[in-house]
Design a protein around this ligand. Structure first.
Ligand code: FMN
Ligand code: FE2
Ligand code: FE2
Length: 394
């Protein structure tokens, strides 16, 4: 029989998740440079055993093998579903089939989702409300309603005696590297990337959840992706800033160019901002990693979007980026659009249509004919200085 690594993260609490080292894409959208993990946990009480979340499709046998190494999968009494997305919930039917008596524990909304996504019959579900507890014998699971992180049904589970919080996706990172937070050099960049991609549109709900758990004694945060935080202060502090939408004196420049005119404008803008002491993150959309852009959107105060005119509008790559920026709802305050056209223009108008409904204040927009002239360059420097001054004001 295959032997697995099943670390005990707290007294009789075992990690039975899996590492998906080679996965390179998530949600058909987000690149995963270091793969990811699907963390699941087995909590063994004196009388009852609970499995907290499951794993991505294709890893059912590995999950079972790990559980069987410290207990018996058939003995699981409760299968806690903090979130219904298939990367954590897809092995639920498998586990419920093996364990005839086990109940799926979830929120009211989770119950509906479990029926829809995993075909779980109603009689196998136990719905829990905020503050409800389940006693496993010397181990108490307490359920904390934490909706909309990032689906409507989400909740947290708290193991009272060991002070372990299982928040599912919240506080997660997509990386297969390391096991505990202090073993991962790039912990915060990876957590921030994940936050930008998944949680940022739900800033307000994240803030609510943080306020809710502020009174809890937490020794370990055990999320469903990436490292386990045995030093929870660090990630809690970062989440405090991110959920509050705290920004830095920082600009993210994203652009696309066909014949380098837009690129020349963007580079002048970046030089100007750097000269003004503003932090700069710059991405050419042709080869940028979307996760990096999401990461820098978390704390940038302004965005500069660069696009040539293509067929009377923005370049399709820029349309995609502008749409994403809008959907991710970053805490950006200011924006500038730079564009180059060949005969009629039209990119600026479309940029205005897409970004208009956002809260971003458009400081200026410039459309130049062909490559930027010396006069155009001067205009860009002026706009850059104006943007820097706005950014410094807060
Ligand atoms: C496929 C294609 C479609 C274009 N469509 C338009 C257009 O509809 N209107 C326009 O004014 N210019 C159009 N242009 C011209 C570009 O906007 C112009 O060359 C611009 O300076 C390119 O900027 P860049 O050097 O940053 O790529 C088009 C160019 C290409 C290659
Ligand atoms: Fe999720
Ligand atoms: Fe997830």
């Amino acid at each position: 029989m295959k032997r697995y690594n099943v670390p005990e993260i707290a007294d009789n609490v075992f990690w039975v998740g899996v590492k998906d080292w080679n996965r390179r894409m998530f949600d058909a959208l987000i690149p995963l440079p270091q793969g990811t993990t699907y963390n699941a946990y087995l909590v063994v009480g004196k009388e009852k055993t609970a499995l907290i979340d499951t794993v991505n499709p294709g890893f059912e046998q590995e999950l079972a093998g790990k559980v069987d190494q410290v207990a018996n999968l058939d003995d699981v009494d409760y299968l806690v579903m903090n979130h219904a997305e298939p990367d954590h919930a897809s092995a639920i039917p498998f586990v419920l089939n093996v364990t005839e008596g086990a109940k799926l524990v979830t929120t009211k909304k989770g119950a509906k989702m479990a029926q829809v996504y995993s075909g779980v019959p109603e009689e196998r579900i136990r719905i829990v409300a905020d503050g409800d507890t389940i006693d496993l014998g010397g181990k108490t699971l307490k359920f904390i309603d934490a909706p909309w992180l990032h689906w409507p049904e989400t909740m947290f589970t708290y193991l009272v005696e060991s002070k372990v919080l299982f928040p599912c996706d919240f506080f997660g990172s997509h990386t297969a590297a390391g096991f505990y937070d202090d073993e991962v050099e790039e912990l915060i960049p990876f957590a921030k990337r994940y936050y930008g991609e998944i949680m940022m549109p739900f800033n307000k709900m994240g803030k609510k959840a943080l306020d809710k758990i502020a009174g809890l004694e937490i020794e370990i945060i055990a999320p469903s992706h990436g490292p386990i935080h045995r030093n929870p202060e660090r990630i809690l502090e970062a989440y405090g800033k991110w959920t509050a939408g705290e920004t830095r004196e920082k600009v993210i420049l994203v652009y696309v160019t066909m014949w380098n005119s837009t690129e020349a404008m963007i580079k002048t803008m970046a030089e100007t901002l750097l000269g003004e002491g503003i932090e700069v993150a710059l991405y050419n959309l042709v080869n940028a990693d979307l996760g990096d852009i999401a990461k820098d959107l978390v704390d940038s105060r302004a965005i500069v979007l660069g696009t040539p005119t293509v067929l009377g509008g923005m370049h399709p790559q820029a349309i995609y980026a502008a749409h994403l920026v809008k959907a991710l709802r970053p805490p950006l305050k200011y924006g500038v659009v730079l564009s180059s056209y060949g005969w009629g223009g039209g990119a600026l108008k479309q940029a205005g249509e897409i970004l208009g409904p956002t809260k971003i204040e458009v400081v200026d927009a410039l459309e130049v004919h062909g490559p930027p002239t010396a006069d155009d360059e001067e205009r860009i420097v002026e706009i850059g200085k104006q943007l820097a001054s706005k950014i410094r004001q807060g």
